[in-house]
Design a protein around this ligand. Sequence first.
Ligand code: ACM
Length: 726
Amino acid sequence: MEYILQDYENINKLGYNKGAKMKIKGVIMVIIVLMFFNCEKNDTKKLVSISQSKNNKKVNLMPIPKEVHLLKEKHYINEDFKLSVEGKTGKMVYVNSTRFLRRLSGRTGLFFDQDFITTESKCDSAELKIISDELGEVKLNADESYFLEISENEIFLKANKENGIIYGLETLLQLLKSDQNGYYFQTCKIKDKPRFPWRGLMIDVCRHFYPVNVIKRNIDAMLAVKMNVLHLHLSEDQGFRIESKVFPKLHEKGSDGLYFTQSQIKEIIEYARVRGIRVIPEFDMPSHTTSWFVGYPELSSKDTVYSVERTWGIQDPAMNPVSEYTYQFLDKFIAEMVKLFPDEYFHIGGDENNGNHWKENENVQKYMKENDIKDKHELQTKFNQKILKILTKYNKKMVGWDEILQPQMPNNIVIQSWRGKKEMIKAAKKGYNTILSNGYYIDLFWNTQRHYLNDPVMKNANLNPEVEKNILGGEVTSWAEFTTSENVDTRIWPRTAAIAERFWSPRYIKDIDDMYRRLEVINFHLEEIGLTHIKNREMGIRRLANGQDVNPLRNLINVVEPIENYTRHHTRGEKKRYLQQSPLTRVVDFSYSDASVARKIRRATDEYIENYSSTKVEKSSLYFTNNPKEYLVNELNKLSVNNKKLAPIIGNSSILKEIKPLSKSISKVANIGLEAIDKLESNKTISKGKVEKYLKIINDSKEPIAELENRIIPAVEKLVITVSLK
Ligand code: ACM
C-alpha cells in the first residue's frame, strides 16, 4: 500500500506548483495515506483517494497523523453515545475521556447519559471502546503511539500507554463533522506516533506574569495539538516568579507580588501531568538575574542596590562566579526546587551574559588571572560545571541555551539552540542531545508559514541516523516583552498549532495551503477549550472603538501586521521606550502576525495575475468559494471605503489617533489595486507617469505606522507592475 502514501507526497508537492494546481482545480485537496497492519482486502476497496472524493471529504487534522487510511462511511452519533475504558487506566484516561465527552456534547448539543468516567465505567454497549495496556508516564521518550479505528457502528481506540489514548481522543474530536443527518466521525483507521519526543512550548512568565488559569488553558491547547513539554521561564531581570520558602526574599522582593505559590506550581504540574505534559523549570543564570539580587545582593558580582528591572534587553548584572556563597545558595535553592519539579530535566538558562559586571569585579578578575581563564565564556563554563555537579547530585539533567555548549562541558547535557541551527547540528554531531528553538520564536511576529517550514533536521545536514536521534525536537518560545494575560493567547495561537505539526508529523507534510486551511478549523476549535485568542482580539477591538461601530477597525486589523523581529523595541525613541509597565492595549497589541484577509488578498492576486487573461479559469483551486478576482475586488472595495468609515471613529477615540495615516494609506493603496484590476480587465494600459506615481505611493506606504505594516501592499504592487508590463 506504499503508493497511497506517495500519493499524499505528490499532492503536497503540487502545493508548490501553481500551474499544476490550476489543472486539478475543483479537486479537493488533502487526504490520505496508508495502510497498516491487518487492513483487510475489502477495506482497500473502500479507500477514498483524493481524486475520487466529492465535497466535504477533507480531513481537518492537525497534526496530521503518521498513517491515515480514510474509509467511505460515516459513523453518526446520537444521545446514546457511550464510551468504555478497559485495561490499565488511571487519572490520565479518566480526566481526558470525561473532558472528551463534555466537549463532544458541547459541540453537538447532544445530551449524553454518562457523567464522569471512572474505573467503574465498563459498558458493554459502548460504541467507543478505549483500551490502554499500561498507565501513562510523563517523561522523555514515553510511548505516545495509538491506534484508532472508526467503523460505521463502532470506534476502537487502543494504545500501549494512556499517553496514546489521550492523543487518540484529540484526534477523534478533530474528526467530528456534520451534515444534514447530524454529527458524524469519518470512518478511518489511524496509526499514529510522533516524529520527535520533545515538543515544547516555553512561556516566559517574568517579563509579564500570567496567573494559573492562563497557564492551564495553554496546557489544554498544547494537548489539543499533541505537545508534551511546558518550559516555564521562571526568573529574569524583570521578575522572580516562584515562591521560595528557603529564600523568601526572592519572590517577596523580586516579583511585585506576582508569583506562583508552591501550591499553585504543584497544581500546574499535576494539571499538565494528567495531560501528558512535562513541566521543566528554567532559572536563568548567571545573567538575567537582577530580580534575585533585589533580596539577595550578596549573590551578585557588583556591590550595589538592585531593583526589579523595568526595561528590556541585555543587562549587566550577573551572579558572582568566584564566591562560595553563590554555590551554597544555589545548592540550597535547587534542592528546594527539585522537590517541586519531578521532571528529569532542569533548565539553567545560561544565555546573554555580557560579562560587564565580571569585568568590574576585582575578585573575579584576580580569579581569572590566577586560574588562567581567558574570557567570560571560560569563566561561565566553570560556573556551569559547578551547577552541573549540584544538579547531578539531585539526579537532574541540565538543559541550557546554546551558550552553555563549550568544549569543557560533558555531553550529557541538553542544548537548546536559539541562535542558529548550525550550532545545533554541531552539538548533535558531538553527541549532545539538542532541541531547536531557532525559527520558533513566536515573539518575532513572523507569519505561520515561516515557522512551519522550519524543520528541526535540515535536509542538507546529511546526518546519520545515530546523530539525527540526538535532535530531540523543538520548542516554541513565547517571550513576554509585548504580551499580557489579555493578548498572550493571540500571540501563541494558532501559530503554535502549525509548529506542533512540524514536531509531530512526517517531514513531508508541508503543504502551505492545506496547513492554512486546517489551521482555520483548529483555530476555531481551540476556543472550545478556553483559549481567548479570538475573543480577546474582538474585545480589544471593541474597547478601542470605544462604543462605536467595530467593523471598520476590524477591517483594518485584518490587513495589518505588527512589525517583525524586535523592531518594536526601538520604535518609540529612547525617552518613550517600552517599559514593563507600558500599555499593551493599542491596535498593534490586538493585531495578528498573520493577517488572514491580507494573506488571502495576496493569494487571490497571485492566482488572478496568473489567470486573468484566461476566461476559462473561473474558480481557484483551493481557497476561494468564488473566483479569486471576485474575492479580490470585494475586499479591495471594502478597504477602499474603509477610511471614510473609520476616520470619524478615530476622531472619537483618542487611542486610535496613531492609526489615522495608516487607515488613509490602506484605502489609497486599495484604490490603486482596483484601478489596476480595472485596466487589466479592460485590456488597457496605464501611462508610465501614473505607474511611477502609484509605485511611489506604494513605496511610501511601506513605512510602518503605529508599529504596523500594511500587508496588502505586496499584492497591489504586483497588480501595478503587471499592468505596467502590458
Ligand atoms: C534567548 O532568547 N535569550 C534565549
